[in-house]
Design a protein around this ligand. Structure first.
Ligand code: UFG
Length: 335
């Protein structure tokens, strides 16, 4: 039996493939390579000594998905594939809704046809919307999202909740990620943003590498300990291990369950800058800039449910995250 990873050559997908292979699971990856490279499959093999089965295909292509399911015995699906740039989603919302919803619906239909009953979904803390009642618990009232990307996550969660209600055999696990950073300690897989990075850590590593001259810190007048935005940064390897725990959970449960994957600790933008400087012995020039539209002051997870039910907890430190992010940026694969 194999676990299908859609988007398995992407940032979180590739790290999850490594963790699953290292826990002796067979992995099949489907990725259209629109935001990743085929060589990631070789690198996953170099790290683990095992090669995942790979298909270059669009998850919304029903015929391609039928081929994948008929050529492999798929026991569970972890659905990472999707468009994920917040700003871009505001400019081209229809493409976001079409792609992110279509891929999910195609997967659900194909799974039903082939008798596959376990679905783990890459959701996001973005579904908590603009609430400032931290820490976010899984039962918090969702207040709606601030951009189409977030709404696709919100809508897919709803689709999956309904699917689980209608099908007593189905097991759905919704994983709400906080802010994944870091990279595999080998330096062979990591996050490679397209163009100018939107997210904080890839921006910092590009400033450190001399690709950008300074970091703009978006706002220093938030009600936080130093005025800059606070987030829950989680090492991508810890996040990947959370998927292994979710997969194990889904083998013995049906219905739909939601879990936050975060550390439960909030760090400000300036905390991250200073931790990065200390861990890597370099300076990050920065300037205070106006607030970024759509940002909230503080966002961090309640980790109680994931720890109690999945037996999973993030283990890596902020220093590990800063060191591994920089190690990845310095290697040849980030170029
Ligand atoms: N920030 C800067 N300068 C930058 C980039 C970011 O100061 O150049 C600040 C932001 O204002 C924010 C913090 O760094 O305070 C983190 O910003 P990111 O863009 O790295 O992450 P977000 O928390 O905005 O967004 C992330 C994911 C989204 C997801 C969201 C869920 O990127 O996909 O978390 O809460 F929807």
């Amino acid at each position: 039996m194999s676990i299908l990873l859609t988007g398995g050559t992407g940032f979180i997908g590739s790290h999850t493939a490594v963790e699953l292979l290292q826990s002796n699971q067979d992995v099949v990856i489907v990725d259209d390579l629109s935001n990743s490279a085929a060589s990631v499959v070789d690198r996953i093999e170099a790290i683990t000594g095992k090669r995942p089965v790979f298909y270059q295909a669009d998850v919304a292509d029903k015929a391609a998905m039928k081929k994948v399911f008929s050529e492999n015995s798929i026991d569970a699906v972890i659905h990472f594939a999707g468009f994920k740039a917040v700003g871009e989603s505001v400019r081209i919302p229809i493409a976001y809704y079409r792609n992110n919803l279509d891929t999910t619906l195609t997967l659900l239909e194909t799974m039903k046809e082939f008798g596959c009953h376990r679905f783990i979904f890459s959701s996001s803390a973005t579904v908590y919307g603009t609430s400032d009642k931290v820490p976010f618990t899984e039962d918090a009232k969702e207040l709606g999202c601030t951009n189409p990307y977030g709404w696709t996550k919100f809508m897919i969660e709803q689709i999956l909740k309904d699917a689980a209600l209608a099908d007593p055999e189905l097991s759905v696990v919704l994983l709400r990620y906080f802010n994944p950073i870091g990279a595999h300690e080998s330096g062979m897989i990591g996050e490679k943003p397209n163009g100018i990075p939107n997210n904080l850590m890839p921006y910092i590593t590009q400033v450190a590498a001399g690709i950008r001259d300074h970091l703009s810190v978006f706002g220093d007048d938030y009600p936080t300990h130093d005025g800059t935005g606070v987030r829950d940064y989680i090492h991508v390897v810890d996040l990947a291990k959370g998927h292994v725990a979710a997969y194990n959970y889904s083998t013995s449960h049906t219905g739909c369950e939601i879990f936050n994957l975060g550390t439960g600790i909030g760090y400000s933008v300036l905390d991250i800058v200073h931790a990065f400087e200390e861990a890597n012995h370099l300076k990050i020039p920065y300037e205070i800039a106006p607030r970024r539209a759509g940002d909230i002051a503080t966002c961090y997870a309640s980790t109680e449910k994931a720890s109690r039910v999945l037996g999973w907890k993030a283990e890596k430190s902020l220093e590990d995250m800063c060191r591994d992010s920089w190690n990845w940026q310095c290697g040849k694969w980030a170029k």
